[in-house]
Design a protein around this ligand. Structure first.
Ligand code: ADE
Length: 227
């Protein structure tokens, strides 16, 4: 079964509209929508914002619903200078930019026996490249940095960019990658840019959340059709 995740209702709704035979299960505080897309069984999970919510939801998707792969869809703040609002980027690897045990000599983002960067599935990434080619859309790829912070500050953004060579910043991806790594489940993470993580980020996020979330969801559904 294919697990799909989003962290905000705006990231979930474009999927929900296009699934058929939907059965919704509430587990604790999260909703899981089992349904069909193009004859494929998917479970769409609404995690709510942040790393802990996302890791809990990914774990439930794997353990309770039997997801054998997870595709995350949503929006992100751009760090890379050539990324514009609405542009798509998938993660080749993800890192938790707010993990700090530097007091013990570890680099920022590093957790002993876990590491820092989580790689995504080469197979799923290849399918994404094929879908982009078929759709004729520009698809970026790079490092996505995740933290429990909405970044709306150019200095902070540059720091994250330099430290991790990150191209985009968001609040869930690396924690889902961590859960998928723990359970050995292939992971794909796609984001459409909603803002530039700068002083205008709050305003732009509100303005472009829905439209960018839909761009990301439409792309992921085209991937589902090819899985
Ligand atoms: N998601 C979308 N934009 C973001 C930002 N600027 N910081 C963190 N997460 C985001």
């Amino acid at each position: 079964m294919i697990g799909i995740m989003g962290a905000m209702i705006e990231e979930i709704e474009p999927f929900l509209k296009r699934l058929s035979d939907v059965k919704t299960t509430q587990i604790g505080r999260n909703a899981y929508h089992e349904g069909l897309y193009g004859g494929k069984r998917v479970t769409l999970a609404y995690s709510r914002i942040g790393k802990v919510n996302a890791a809990i939801t990914a774990t439930a998707l794997i353990e309770r619903f039997g997801a054998d792969k997870i595709l995350f869809s949503g929006v992100a703040g751009a760090i890379g200078k050539d990324l514009r609002i609405g542009d798509l980027i998938y993660a080749t690897k993800l890192v938790q930019h707010d993990v700090d045990i530097t007091a013990f000599g570890h680099p920022i983002g590093f957790i002993p026996e876990t590491g820092d960067f989580f790689e995504t599935s080469a197979e799923l990434n290849k399918i994404a490249e094929e879908v982009a080619l078929a759709k004729g859309v520009k698809l970026g790829k790079g490092v996505i940095a995740t933290g429990d912070q909405f970044v709306a500050d150019s200095v902070k953004k540059e720091l994250i960019g330099e430290r991790f060579k990150a191209d985009a910043v968001e609040m869930e991806g690396a924690s889902v990658a961590c859960a998928c790594d723990a359970f050995r489940v292939p992971f794909f993470a796609l984001r459409a840019i909603s803002d530039a993580a700068d002083m205008d980020a709050g305003f732009n996020f509100d303005a472009f959340l829905a439209s960018s979330a839909k761009i990301s969801a439409d792309f992921v559904l085209d991937m589902v059709a090819k899985l």
